[in-house]
Design a protein. Structure first.
Length: 317
């Protein structure tokens, strides 16, 4: 009497409807039957791969899940636990614009490294930078790591794809002379205290915009940095706590920053946010950048991102 094959052993037999072709079948420990059609060699290779995945306990429990399904679940169930809201918003935007149109309809279990490689090449040809495409690769890698843990993929094929290598980016900062020219040139500007704190104290843009008068200790000449302003698409401006404990800092105020804030307090209500619009509403990062770069151009200084003022702090002292 012929013995019955146990779960996880599998079988290969001729495909009666397609002469010269074969069918491989295997039953997973979950009870689900999987099949594969191809040449005899292809079926053997597939069956060996399935047996190994069962032995290693990393077999796919659902081969119908697409990348779009996976990504939707990731942003619903994982992102809120691991990403800051603004970071998640940026990832969602980049994923919808670049990843989903190209990979969304592909089943997670069928995705191959060669497809990812072609995806990276296409994005580079479309004009995206090496660094941006590397970021897309990192997101795909994260999605597939989750898929592997959830039994949607037996391996992370992004490990076998080769992302572009970004060129080293030179950080342009203001020299000591340029920093003095800038501060002298904006001395009468209402944002002078903000620029002064950025340059002499090395504060980030979000930290500056979130500062409140209660964070300023004029008696002991110290500034407490404990939050940051962010903009989230669809939600607007909000504040967040820093990513790490080291981002919360109690800093001594150099004379330049101290005097600038003393004068600033005399011109304002001295309550709420330190830096606001003329209407008293929170200052957006976009408008700050616009004003900042307008002043750089007026003073004949190199165009730099606002964040680089923080790096100019080291050269100023």
């Amino acid at each position: 009497m012929p013995r019955h094959r146990s779960h996880g052993e599998g079988t290969i037999y001729p495909d009666k409807k397609h002469p010269g072709r074969f069918i491989a079948q295997i039953i997973h420990p979950s009870g689900k039957r999987l099949g594969h059609r191809g040449t005899q060699a292809e079926c053997r290779a597939w069956l060996l791969e399935q047996r190994k995945s069962i032995k290693d306990n990393n077999y796919v429990t659902d081969e119908t899940i697409t990348m779009a399904d996976l990504i939707e679940r990731y942003f619903r169930d994982v992102a809120p636990l691991t990403l800051q809201p603004r970071t998640a918003s940026i990832h969602v935007y980049a994923t919808k614009k670049n990843i989903l149109p190209e990979l969304g309809n592909i089943k997670v279990s069928k995705l191959r490294a060669a497809q990812l490689q072609a995806f990276y090449s296409k994005k580079l040809k479309e004009g995206l930078s090496e660094r941006y495409v590397l970021n897309l690769h990192n997101r795909v890698y994260t999605f597939l790591e989750v898929a592997k843990k959830w039994g949607m993929a037996s391996s992370n094929v992004a490990e076998d794809a080769i992302p572009p290598r970004p060129k080293d980016k030179k950080v342009t900062v203001l020299t000591v002379e340029q920093a003095h020219i800038f501060l002298d040139g904006v001395r009468e500007d209402r944002l002078y205290p903000l620029y002064a704190c950025a340059i002499v104290m090395g504060l980030r843009q979000g930290e500056l915009l979130a500062l409140e008068w209660s964070d300023v200790d004029f008696i002991n000449r110290r500034l407490n940095v404990n939050k940051s302003q962010q903009y989230i698409t669809g939600k607007g401006i909000s504040t967040k706590t820093p990513k790490t404990e080291t981002s919360v800092r109690d800093l001594p105020m150099p004379d330049l920053a101290y005097q600038a804030l003393i004068e600033h307090r005399q011109k304002t209500m001295g309550t709420g946010r330190l830096f606001t619009t003329t209407k008293g509403t929170p200052f957006s990062a976009r408008n700050l950048l616009k004003y900042f770069q307008r002043e750089l151009k007026r003073l004949g200084l190199p165009k730099i991102p606002f964040h680089n003022l923080r790096h100019s702090c080291a050269s100023y002292h």
